[in-house]
Design a binder for this molecule. Structure first.
Ligand code: HEC
Ligand code: HEC
Ligand code: HEC
Ligand code: HEC
Ligand code: HEC
Length: 414
């Protein structure tokens, strides 16, 4: 809506209210989106983040290094999108973009262009860029999944009480920007389509009841950690929020879990009791994409540091497709076959038993928690590998360590 009617004078208000309802009715009747009359071109309404770089260099560089900046660029995304589009009804084809490039909500008619951008492997358009968050004016939390409303004017929304004036945009504080709800909009569930099941559980688990959330620590507290710096080039130093969105990659990983274990040797058999305490107020890992999993690995090294025993357990949500078989594509999931995700702030116990190494004076006991690389059907993995510019070196194929603990256990007295 035009910015000139943002601060109406008192006398103009009733007229505006009437105009407003006519506008709403017209919009509903025509089934068009919220912009009035001549619609701004896409690049004007959602300018490239490069346009913000000029004045917000630090923020831009952090964002550019983040996963959010790659939301429509990865090989797994391209290949999974293709698979989804091949089967989706015409009316549901924008589904993935709803979070990976949410401005589709305002420019649904440009869907073919969005798809072409993804296929180009080097999109000129951002997926989750600066305006895609900072033009969100409201989120309807009651709908499933929550739906954001953009306000496409000259005002940028943020969390500052008094942002310094500048020539590029007006600024307005919205409480939403310090609230988990902004993030939950895109981080809790896929929209329902005829392909997906009706009642799959959310990705985050019961985050609302978590200690972090109830003690006033929203998502931003951990994923946009506070620092002190310039918010815009040359502006005064003040509290700023880190925009590299650490998660699977980045520093927050060190604070994900407390890992502990004890070892008991009972003659020919030994036992390791592992305790994994999640410090995170949401599920770990998040079950989207459907192949996400955390691996708990126990390795026992005997004589000459040779691995004599190895066992792995997975924390994951395994989906069943229409044919009842396992699928890593959550968009075709009809039900959950198995769910071993670490729940918010849960402490999980794992007991491993194994043969005590023979002829060794001691053994190394090593417990490791990692994010597993992408897995799934062979043809899918081949396609991802061929599509990724770095092939097997793509980050999708990397193992990412979360925590590790090792001890040496004496087996014989000297
Ligand atoms: C418009 C949708 C949208 C909103 C709003 C959003 N995100 Fe995201 N976020 C994404 C998408 C899509 C990705 C995945 C990008 C990729 O890797 O393809 C992502 C990735 C992330 C990651 C990296 C995850 C990883 O595996 O390392 C973190 C952390 C994150 N977001 C946190 C947040 C926080 C905190 C907020 C709220 C301030 C937020 N997001 C708001 C869409 C969104
Ligand atoms: C409700 C919002 C939402 C929708 C809809 C959605 N995604 Fe995501 N997607 C995310 C978020 C958030 C992440 C980051 C997850 C994380 O790291 O925890 C993500 C991550 C991913 C990833 C892993 C990161 C990457 O870029 O390689 C892939 C692949 C992916 N999504 C594919 C899809 C596909 C294909 C669809 C449509 C079938 C889709 N997504 C629909 C929000 C969404
Ligand atoms: C996923 C959503 C998201 C994206 C993408 C995003 N921001 Fe933010 N931004 C936020 C939130 C939330 C806050 C408020 C954080 C707080 O106060 O804890 C914020 C705060 C800010 C602030 C004020 C505080 C500070 O750190 O300086 C500026 C300026 C800003 N963003 C600019 C940008 C620019 C420029 C980009 C793109 C390069 C960008 N943002 C991308 C969500 C986002
Ligand atoms: C001409 C320079 C300039 C450009 C271009 C610019 N900004 Fe800003 N922006 C500023 C200044 C100056 C501030 C005030 C910083 C302060 O108060 O510390 C600011 C403040 C902000 C804030 C904080 C608002 C609040 O109330 O919390 C956000 C968010 C923001 N800008 C986002 C953006 C985005 C997104 C873009 C690109 C579409 C952009 N800016 C382009 C100069 C600019
Ligand atoms: C108390 C700190 C804390 C809060 C609050 C928090 N997280 Fe996290 N989150 C973490 C940590 C730590 C990790 C890293 C886990 C890892 O990499 O092992 C993580 C991981 C993630 C990831 C990537 C992990 C994955 O498996 O894909 C996403 C996405 C994410 N958080 C989103 C959110 C959202 C959305 C909220 C708000 C509802 C939130 N987080 C609140 C600490 C927090």
């Amino acid at each position: 809506m035009d910015k000139t009617i943002q601060k109406p004078t008192l006398s103009a208000r009733p007229i505006l209210a009437v105009m407003g309802s006519i506008l709403v009715l017209t919009v509903l009747a025509l089934g068009i989106s919220s912009t009035w009359a001549a619609k701004k071109p896409l690049e004007k309404a959602f300018p490239s983040s490069e346009k913000c770089k000029r004045c917000h260099l630090r923020v831009f560089e952090e964002w550019e290094a983040s996963a959010q900046s790659r939301s429509i660029v990865s090989a797994p995304f391209r290949i999974t999108l293709e698979r989804y589009l091949a089967k989706a009804d015409k009316k549901d084809q924008a589904m993935c973009f709803q979070c990976h490039a949410p401005h589709i909500a305002e420019y649904g008619e440009l869907l073919p262009q969005f798809i072409k951008e993804v296929q180009s492997k080097d999109p000129q358009m951002d997926g989750v860029g600066c305006p895609q968050c900072h033009l969100i004016h409201e989120v309807d939390a009651a709908s499933h999944p929550p739906i954001p409303t953009f306000e496409l004017g000259k005002t940028i929304f943020g969390s500052y009480d008094k942002a310094a004036e500048n020539l590029a945009h007006q600024s307005q504080k919205l409480d939403l920007f310090r609230n988990s709800q902004l993030c939950v909009t895109c981080h809790d569930s896929l929209p329902q389509t005829p392909q997906t099941a009706k009642d799959l559980p959310g990705w985050l688990g019961d985050w609302k009841a978590s200690q972090a959330e109830t003690s006033g620590k929203p998502c931003q507290a951990c994923h946009m950690p506070e620092a002190v710096d310039e918010s815009a080039n040359g502006e005064k130093i003040r509290k700023v929020a880190n925009h590299s969105f650490p998660g699977r990659f980045g520093k927050v990983r060190a604070d994900a879990v407390e890992l502990d274990f004890s070892t008991t040797v009972n003659g020919a058999t030994s036992q390791v009791d592992v305790s994994i305490k999640s410090l995170v107020p949401h599920n770990l890992p998040m079950p989207h994409p459907g192949w996400s999993r955390i691996v708990v690995d126990l390795s026992i090294k005997g004589k000459n540091l040779k691995t004599v025993y190895n066992e792995q357990r997975f924390y994951q949500r395994v989906f069943g497709g229409g044919d009842g078989k396992e699928t890593v594509f959550d968009f075709e999931a009809k039900k959950v076959l198995q769910d071993t995700l670490l729940q918010p702030e849960e402490t999980r116990k794992e007991v491993f038993t194994f043969p005590t190494p023979k002829d060794a004076p001691s053994m190394d006991v090593i417990v490791t928690l990692t994010y597993a690389p992408v897995h799934g059907p062979q043809d899918f993995l081949k396609e991802v590998e061929q599509d990724a510019p770095l092939g097997q070196k793509d980050r999708a194929f990397q193992i990412v360590e979360i925590a590790q603990k090792k001890t040496n256990v004496l087996l014989k007295k000297k």
